[in-house]
Design a protein around this ligand. Structure first.
Ligand SMILES: NC(=O)c1ccc[n+]([C@@H]2O[C@H](COP(=O)([O-])OP(=O)(O)OC[C@H]3O[C@@H](n4cnc5c(N)ncnc54)[C@H](O)[C@@H]3O)[C@@H](O)[C@H]2O)c1
Ligand SMILES: O=C(O)C(=O)C[C@@H](O)[C@H](O)[C@H](O)COP(=O)(O)O
Ligand SMILES: [Zn+2]
Length: 365
């Protein structure tokens, strides 16, 4: 039995698209209205394919469906793996009218989206996210791309999908560590823009960690609504969209330092959000009690509280210096004016930043 629980829209004029959230949707919801021509290329990986590929195929009745299966892992979010998608498209003579379909987590989604942004100068794509993180964040908003050894997501494009289909049933096969990683981005929405959601998360966190379906569907809906609202205001991150980067300047430094994949993106963002909250206290914006509330929620989600072993202050400073938000060599950070109210600043005091880094280095743990 399938059940559509929520439908919302990312409002971007002629690039608007629907997000459909529900149970048992994969293979039941007909996605052909979002397919431009006859050809479909499903991009998945060797973990998700065996679980969900056959169901996903059934969502494209009457279409010619090809498949490319990528190796699984953040360390494969690179040029070489991206080329496997282009190889498959060309070998199967896909034209400008083809539609790509991302079936998997954020790694598959970011790479399939980037392939769609650039194949024959741009073709449409559909997001079928299968991790919590991708259902609440990466499948929405059109940021696509790959990593570079010197920095996260350093090569990419903005390219919005035609539609996002979220089947919450797929979360039942997700490892607990990946659930925690997804919860980091969920908590982010409460911290940046929605204090009522933060209160709700404090009440429901145990249900979310335990994969309770109703709580998950509500968290996904509220997260997608928050992201859709921010993206509709500022599609290409000229201003307010940067608040979606709370914790990411620290987090991306951790991911790059640790070697892509050893820390999950959500884990690095969880620690990074604690660091952003700590700095917000030192800068005089939020109280120590606010920091403790933030840290407690992040820890209850099962996320780490200190930087990786052997990471030093200089590692953070060097890696944060390449962040895409920086302008003219000036570090730009997302901080909290209050819980539920984030802002972007390039005025954080260097001594406060160093104190924050010191408080989260592994030896402080
Ligand atoms: N574009 C954006 O706006 C945006 C937003 C947030 C994160 N990201 C990117 O997303 C990536 C992280 O995404 P992620 O957390 O989904 O990681 P991921 O894509 O690596 O998926 C996590 C793991 O879960 C497996 N998996 C996926 N679905 C499964 C399922 N239903 N059951 C069992 N296993 C499953 C995957 O194969 C993988 O091993 C990072 O590269 C990050 O930079 C992008
Ligand atoms: O959609 C956005 O905007 C975000 O910043 C969402 C983030 O959660 C995500 O990790 C994104 O990929 C980060 O983008 P980047 O531009 O900092 O690489
Ligand atoms: Zn993120």
């Amino acid at each position: 039995m399938h059940k559509v629980l929520h439908e919302l829209k990312v409002d971007l004029g002629d690039r608007s698209y629907p997000i459909t959230i529900g149970q048992g949707l994969l293979g039941v919801i007909d996605l052909t209205p979002w397919v431009a021509g006859q050809q479909v290329m499903i991009v998945t990986n060797n973990t998700v394919g065996p679980l969900y590929l056959e169901k996903a195929r059934a969502s494209f009745p009457g279409k010619t469906v090809d498949v490319v299966v990528l190796p699984d892992g953040e360390k494969y979010k690179d040029w070489q793996t991206l080329n496997l998608i282009f190889d498959a498209l060309l070998e199967n003579r896909h034209t400008r009218k083809t539609t790509l379909v991302a079936l998997g987590g954020g790694v598959v989604g970011d790479m399939a989206g980037f392939a769609a942004a650039s194949y024959q100068r741009g073709v449409p794509f559909i997001q079928i996210p299968t991790t919590l993180l991708s259902q609440v964040d990466s499948s929405v908003g059109g940021k696509t791309g790959i990593n570079h050894p010197l920095g996260k997501n350093m090569v990419g494009a903005f390219h919005q999908p035609q539609a996002v289909l979220i089947d919450t049933d797929s979360l039942q096969t997700l490892p607990a560590r990946e659930v925690s990683a997804g919860l980091a981005e969920v908590i982010k929405y409460g911290l940046i823009r929605d204090d009522a959601f933060l209160l709700w998360l404090e009440a429901e966190m145990d249900k979310l960690v335990g994969l309770q379906p109703e709580a998950l569907a509500e968290a996904i809906f509220r997260s997608c609504q928050c992201k859709a609202d921010v993206v509709a205001l500022d599609e290409r991150e000229g201003g307010i969209r940067a608040i979606l980067n709370l914790g990411h300047t620290f987090g991306h430094a951790i991911e790059t330092f640790a070697g892509y994949g050893s820390w999950l993106h959500g884990e690095a963002v969880g620690t990074g959000m604690m660091m952003a909250a700590d700095l917000s206290v030192r800068e005089g914006f939020i109280s120590s009690a606010d920091f403790r509330r933030t840290a407690a929620l992040i820890k209850r989600a099962g996320l780490p509280a200190f930087a990786p072993a052997s990471m030093k202050e200089a590692d953070f400073l060097n890696l944060m210096a390449v962040d895409k938000k920086n302008v003219d060599g000036q570090l730009r950070l997302v901080l909290l004016r209050a819980l539920g109210d984030a802002f972007v600043t390039d005025e954080a005091k260097p001594e406060h930043l160093r104190q924050t880094l010191g408080a989260f280095l592994p030896e402080a743990g």
